[in-house]
Write a protein that binds this ligand. Structure first.
Ligand SMILES: Nc1ncnc2c1ncn2[C@@H]1O[C@H](COP(=O)(O)OP(=O)(O)OP(=O)(O)O)[C@@H](O)[C@H]1O
Length: 255
């Protein structure tokens, strides 16, 4: 059984079918990248999987349970988490407070059986562990607003990891980062391999091809190919859809 099985997933905005009978399978422990041209429906798909956006139909089975119709906080408890955007980080709070606050907000009342002091300790422990996993435990007591852009992206990852997901959905984790920051984040994602299943959308092809175990190509709301990076790179269908090539010639999808 696969960890995530998406079948015939649909979503339309008016006449525009953004997710068009989409099928996708994600195996436990893999890093699965979703690539595709601008407007292909990648962010919409992530939003549908996380429960942030309602779907019009289809099935999303996660760990053999149906997620369709389930609210986002219930999916978080089932083990699906998605990255926050930097814009949702509170700049005046410390990195630790940001993670703890987000965990509390996302898991709802799951700590309610503990005393307030216990609740705070548990939240802080969980938050610190997450900051450590992304390599910024030494920034725990720094105000989030004072962190570098790359560290803020690490903080986003920590927020998503702090709910201890089995499946982590990342929407462009490298966006806006410089070369060194991107390298650091790729290292962090590598270090998560095997601990958590990752589904990520990313435009940085070098990162995608170095990180992903499998890549799915999304075009006009449908997955047109899924496979290991080398197979995807060489797939004529992918090259045509991506580059508008009349025929697949020499060279790669992107490097
Ligand atoms: N709330 C909305 N209302 C109407 N149309 C929308 C809405 N959200 C997205 N769309 C449209 O759905 C299509 C897919 O958008 P989406 O953001 O999912 O694509 P994407 O593959 O993530 O693109 P990009 O790579 O540019 O981020 C686009 O044509 C977009 O304009």
């Amino acid at each position: 059984m696969s960890l995530l099985e998406v079948r015939n997933l649909r979503k339309a905005y008016g006449a525009l079918k953004v997710t068009d009978d989409l099928d996708l399978t994600v195996e436990e422990g893999e890093i699965h990248a979703i690539i595709g041209p601008n407007g292909a429906g990648k962010s919409t798909l992530i939003a549908q999987l996380s429960g942030e956006s309602l779907s019009d139909g289809g099935s999303v089975r996660f760990a053999d349970a149906e997620m369709m119709g389930m609210a986002m906080h219930r999916r978080v408890r089932a083990g699906i988490s998605r990255s926050f955007q930097i814009t949702s980080i509170l700049p005046g709070f410390t990195a630790l407070e940001n993670v703890a606050t987000a965990v509390q907000a996302r898991t709802g009342s799951s700590f309610r059986f503990f005393s307030p002091v216990d609740q705070e300790n548990r939240l802080n422990d969980q938050a610190l562990e997450a900051l450590d996993r992304v390599g910024i435990a030494d920034r725990a007591f720094f105000r989030a607003g004072s962190l570098s852009h790359g560290e803020k992206r690490q903080l986003e990852l920590a927020i998503a990891l702090a709910t201890r997901p089995r499946l982590l959905l990342l929407d462009e984790p490298l966006a806006g980062t410089s070369g060194q920051e991107a390298e650091r984040l790729v290292e962090v994602m590598h270090s998560l391999r095997g601990q958590v299943t990752l589904v990520l959308i990313e435009h940085d092809m070098a990162a995608v091809f170095s990180l992903a175990d499998r890549v799915s190509v999304l075009v006009y709301g449908q997955i047109i190919a899924t496979g290991p990076p080398d197979i995807i790179r060489a797939d004529p269908k992918v090259r045509q859809a991506y580059l508008g090539e009349e025929s697949a010639g020499a060279g790669d999808v992107a490097d």
